[in-house]
Design a protein around this ligand. Structure first.
Ligand code: 0RA
Length: 653
């Protein structure tokens, strides 16, 4: 090699290095562009990014085991037994491929052999992003009989790739500690990680996953740990989702098919309830807004069930025509497709766009359903009977809904008599308090700032929508009042019910209940209603829970409000100045009614002092399970949940 040539090589090596640094610098400058946000969601995104790489190894047929550990300092380790990140020389960049994968943005793609890899959106941004956003990373690779390691800080190598030993197996181990300069919070949530890892176990049957939390020890001194493994895949996922519901058919219907490199897996069942629960995935990623795979599924079940019912003369007594939505009641289904080049649509890229997938899913599901209905006439009859009932109820529900909405129009403003509205007509600044009981409603009405705060008292326990048929919901006085006061309505478009929130009258909807067992039951009932019937309001962050104080600590004329026991202790200490002093008095607030109007304003309604908890849906599958369990028929799972979560709840004194 001539000297000139050598120089050229060095200078291009240098240029590439600078490019790599610039890439990582861009990630640190605009982390949101790469991982969505720097809040707790973004923090967890780092884990998904690393696990996704290991899952890709599994999808490529080389990995059976993925172990995730949360360390005491909230750093994370993910270990897999895949092929290991390649460590040989990267020809163009003249350094170890391992260093390239870890430090060059989007380097993964150049090596990639996996057909079902997803890039674009926030997925598959690469492990180099995790590296850039961590103040420490160590990667260990076992490959070709050897063991290698490299360490980094903020994406910059602390040294070269080192050979540190021999190895008889293969795999990758990545440890990272998220950078406190980047993230607003550094504390990982076990249940958030566990929920997604459980989902990955169902979506990738045969893959063993585990989660260990070294921040918490069991009684025997071992670390808190959960193992996830599913042999049945989606069939078990559906059973898990419907654990607290009563099944209508014995066994879930399971579809596995493949056409033109598109893999289809569907599991579906019916329960005796009225909700539809469909969750869909493309290449292991949840498609919140469905898409062509879900459309294909719906088309298949409507076509097959309708054909079967017609052929067997089962719809003859029905006065109205069966529609697509009549197949939804009590349906629980998971649809998972693996698509080589998925196109994601919609504002949040939560919808699959590939049109060919519609027909593929429809054919795969249709083939299996056709056989199922022929081979299981008893189950088929149960499903068709339910569909007929749903069609009848749909007719009744539409009438009931139209009554609510028509009354609105006929009576001018149409606002409920119980509503004490605010003077502002600007929804952005307006708030509505949904208050348990007429008496607390009265106090709230006196205490509020009527310029922007409206009060709607709700009488006693509102209807449990989890157990009621839809038409009963529109007949319920409290629920009717909520619809009319909020100014939202349900409209039908192509057989889909859509919540129209264009005329939403308040951007903050605050549920205000007593701080006792009854109060939390009522707020759960109201939240269930919002989750099932007004989900867009929850998704868009309009729904809140008020947090009235639990105690008032008094000395003479002075007092301090306290929201938990810690605050109460320090208030007592504050007043006693370290001395024993028995004139130290605590009032425990159980009900809103124990506060006068002024106190209620000061503590719970005044935007300056109050604590509002925003209701969010992080994981729709988990939220659905919890609501169906808390509100459903089955007692044992509810008791188990309450026991398991008892330590997080306050004892009611
Ligand atoms: C690039 C190429 C190959 C594997 C990987 C990366 C890989 C990355 C990660 C990240 C975590 N675990 C991982 N396991 C593998 C293919 C290697 C080959 O062809 O042998």
């Amino acid at each position: 090699m001539s000297e000139n040539n050598q120089n050229q090589k060095e200078s291009s090596y240098g240029a590439d290095n600078i490019q790599a640094l610039e890439g990582l610098e861009a990630v640190r400058k605009r982390p949101g562009m790469y991982i969505g946000s720097t809040d707790i969601k973004g923090l967890h995104h780092l884990v998904w990014e690393v696990i996704d790489n290991s899952i890709d190894e599994h999808l490529a047929g080389h990995c059976t085991h993925i172990e995730t550990t949360i360390h005491p300092d909230n750093s994370i380790t993910v270990v897999d037994n895949g092929r290991g990140i390649p460590t040989g020389m990267h020809e163009k960049l003249q350094k170890s491929a391992l260093e390239v994968v870890m430090t060059v943005l989007h380097a993964g793609g150049k090596f990639d052999k996996n057909t079902y890899k997803v890039s674009g959106g926030l997925h598959g941004v690469g492990v180099s992003c995790v590296n850039a956003l961590s103040d420490y990373v160590r990667v260990e690779v076992q490959r070709e009989g050897k063991m290698f390691e490299q360490e980094y800080s903020k994406g910059i190598p602390l040294g070269p790739v080192k050979e540190i030993g021999t190895s008889s197996s293969t795999g990758t181990k990545v440890t990272f500690r998220p950078d406190g300069e980047i993230f607003e919070t550094l504390e990982y949530t076990f249940s958030t990680l566990a929920t997604r890892i459980r989902e990955l176990a169902y979506l990738n049957k045969g893959l063993k996953l585990s989660l260990t939390d070294e921040r918490e020890t069991n009684e025997d001194g071992s670390f808190k740990r959960q193992d996830f493994y599913s042999e049945g895949g989606l069939k078990e996922f559906v059973l898990y989702m419907d654990e607290t519901r009563t099944p209508l058919i014995e066994d879930p219907i399971h579809v596995i098919g493949k056409e033109d490199n598109v893999e289809v897996e569907v599991a579906m069942t019916y329960n005796t309830g009225y909700q539809e629960n469909i969750y869909s995935f493309v290449n292991n990623i949840n498609t919140r807004d469905g898409g062509t795979h879900v459309a294909g599924f719906r088309r298949a079940i409507a076509r097959l069930f309708k054909q079967y019912g017609d052929d067997n003369n089962m719809f003859s007594k029905l006065k109205i025509a069966i529609q697509g939505e009549d197949f939804k009641e009590g349906l629980t289904a998971i649809i998972s497709v693996k698509v080589p080049e998925p196109q994601f649509k919609g504002q949040t890229k939560g919808e699959l766009g590939n049109s060919e997938v519609n027909g593929i899913v429809s054919r795969c599901v249709g083939d299996v359903l056709k056989d199922y209905l022929e081979e299981n006439p008893m189950q088929a009859r149960k499903i068709i009977d339910k569909v007929i009932l749903a069609a009848t109820a749909r007719h009744a529900a539409r009438k009931a809904r139209e009554m609510v909405q028509r009354k609105n129009v006929l009576t001018g403003s149409g606002l409920p008599g119980k509503l004490s509205d605010c003077s502002s007509k600007d929804p952005v600044e307006s708030e509505i308090f949904l208050v348990e009981g007429d008496s607390a409603g009265g106090t709230a009405k006196q205490g509020r700032d009527r310029n922007f705060q409206a009060i709607l008292p709700l009488r006693g326990k509102i209807l449990n929508v989890e157990k009621a048929m839809e038409y009963r919901i529109y007949e319920n006085e409290e629920i009717k009042n909520m619809f009319t006061a909020l100014g939202v309505s349900i409209e039908e478009k192509d057989g889909e019910k859509i919540l129209n929130i264009e005329k939403l009258r308040y951007h903050k909807i605050v549920i205000m209940c007593d701080a006792d067992v009854d109060g939390s039951h009522i707020s759960t009932l109201i939240m269930t209603f919002f989750f099932r019937y007004m989900k867009p309001l929850v998704e868009q962050g309009h729904v809140y829970i008020a947090a009235p104080p639990l105690y008032q600590v008094r000395k003479g004329k002075n007092f301090i409000y306290c929201w938990n026991d810690e605050e109460r202790k320090s208030a007592i200490e504050h007043y006693s100045n370290g001395k024993e002093d028995n004139s130290i008095k605590t009032q425990r607030y159980k009900g809103l009614g124990e506060m006068n109007a002024e106190q209620l304003w000061e503590t719970t309604m005044d935007p300056i002092n109050r604590i509002l908890r925003q209701i969010t849906i992080n994981d729709a599958i988990e939220a659905d399970r919890i609501f169906s369990m808390l509100m459903g028929d089955e007692v044992p799972p509810r008791r188990k949940f309450i026991e398991e979560n008892a330590k997080y709840a306050k004892i009611d004194a």
